[in-house]
Design a protein. Structure first.
Length: 203
């Protein structure tokens, strides 16, 4: 589902110090619904920071040439690729040839909303399905956004009750909790909170 935290989790992994130490080179590419393989390959090469060829020279190469260049550049290197937000399995198929299997611990992380993409990639794929947040996790996230404090200790009871009622409606979806918290953070009258609550109840 959109807004569940796939990109956030992949980002945390990608920037984690232990992960950085483990790989010789890393690249992050956002794929999305409308992608162009040539452009994707260029962006991946640029994200890895392979600079033996000039940008102008790379732009003039065709897809096959770029795949070969990427493949050669990755030889002997333990790499991590994050391909964020893949919609169709053809997207990964279109550039996976460029990634050598050197049996050296290299990894590709794909984030997707599609069950089909997650499951049919290949037999060595591990699919991690994200769960929704628990109510307590949602409440803490909401309080950070709405009150600027994860505990909301000093917040009056009636605000908390209203907040909890609305957080419950978010169904554990982080994006919904964050948007709600942001929306309410600048509303300083309880009446305004009630207006938002009444609107949410209608949806
Ligand atoms: N576990 C979490 N704790 C706190 N905030 C989170 C968590 N997961 C996601 N978020 C927040 O929720 C929002 C949506 O997350 P994210 O963009 O990662 O979702 P997504 O699953 O990649 O969505 P999409 O399918 O649209 O790409 C972001 O603002 C992110 O900061
Ligand atoms: Mg995402």
């Amino acid at each position: 589902m959109g807004g569940l935290g796939k990109t956030t989790l992949a980002g945390k992994l990608y920037h984690h110090l232990d992960v950085k130490r483990k790989f010789n080179c890393r690249a992050w590419v956002c794929v999305s619904q409308d992608y162009n393989t040539h452009d994707l390959l260029l962006r991946i090469i640029s994200s890895f920071g392979f600079k033996t060829k000039k940008t102008k020279e790379l732009n003039l190469m065709n897809e096959e040439g770029l795949e070969r260049y990427l493949h050669e550049s990755l030889q002997g290197c333990s790499y991590l690729l994050v391909a964020d937000d893949i919609w169709k399995k053809e997207a990964w198929e279109s550039f996976k040839r460029a990634f050598p299997d050197c049996n050296n611990g290299s990894r590709v992380i794909i984030t997707t909303r599609s069950q089909e993409v997650a499951e049919v990639l290949d037999e060595r794929t591990y699919a991690h399905k994200l769960r929704f947040l628990t109510f307590d996790e949602s409440w803490q996230l909401f309080c950070e956004k709405a009150f600027g404090n994860p505990n909301a200790n000093s917040v009056e009871e009636q605000w908390k009750t209203l907040g909890m009622e609305m957080v419950q409606k978010c169904g554990g979806l982080p994006l919904a909790v964050i948007v709600l918290g942001g929306l309410l953070s600048n509303k300083t009258q309880l009446e305004k909170w009630k207006a938002v609550r009444d609107h949410i109840w209608q949806i």
